[in-house]
Design a protein around this ligand. Sequence first.
Ligand SMILES: [Zn+2]
Length: 323
Amino acid sequence: MKRRRFLQWAGGMAIAVSSPWRAIAQPDENPVDVYDRLKQALDLHFVIAGGNISIAIDGNPSTLDKNRIEAWVRRSATAIAAYFGRFSVEQWGLLVTLNDGERIGPATTWGHPTSITHVALGRNISDSALHHDWIMVHEMTHLALPTVPQSSKWFMEGNATYVEPIARAQVGQLTPQEVWRWAVEDMPKGQPRDGDEGLDHTHTWGRTYWGGAMYWLLAEIAIYKNSQGRYRLQDALRAINRKSGGNTSFWSVNQTIHIGDNAVRGDALASLYKRLKDRPVTIDLQGALQQLGISETDGVIRFDDNAPLANLRRSITTMEAPT
Ligand SMILES: [Zn+2]
């Protein structure tokens, strides 16, 4: 699934977007209607990994629709729970609006006053597409972190972009090759271009999603190196999740990374933020991937187990801590 086609809402109009698009949004949707709908009759309710999940489905769902939606949400929640050690939040409301298409999205997540997500789902989607979906895991990753100011949207979008494939790989839903292909092929889109003023001031699609994802990849490497292999980024993110309680909290970026850095006894998150937030910094992505032992030859992702950070690379896509 290298190239993806989704609908994106822009100014109230749906436009087709064709790109390897890892995140979609409905900037104009008013969440009040979604909150109201979730106060009415619910179609599904279950608890998974400490998360109370309540689901409302609009569009006359059949029993089959309900069963498919429940399986989809459970599968995605399993990946998130593996990564964060529990479901991202204690209470989550999901509104699924069925249509006659065969795609997933747009999807949007809000945190105020409670954690909710609205996703559109084509009832004719194939079992395979639903099974291999990444959008639900992306939205569930948003639930896990506090909401930060909109000027640092890259911090949240980059995090969901970085964590989503890794969480799925940790429970065997993706291969490590699939995870790292996204870094090799898509992360270069996050490098600064002419006129860039740093991550906090350049709100382009590439910088928000892929520039943000590179921040988290560099943080992963720095945390591992600074702790002599004792910690992964996952440890910092779990601490942020526990202390904040997820996206119902409004935190500054500095407050968030302070908690993360404390958990891994370092300053990787803070020093990277300082370096990247106000300046265009071209990342040595090739060098980072080489250290991890990741390369692409003739379209095939290859791993070098003798690379200096090969242990970290193996550890990232497994549930075990690094050795
Ligand atoms: Zn997102």
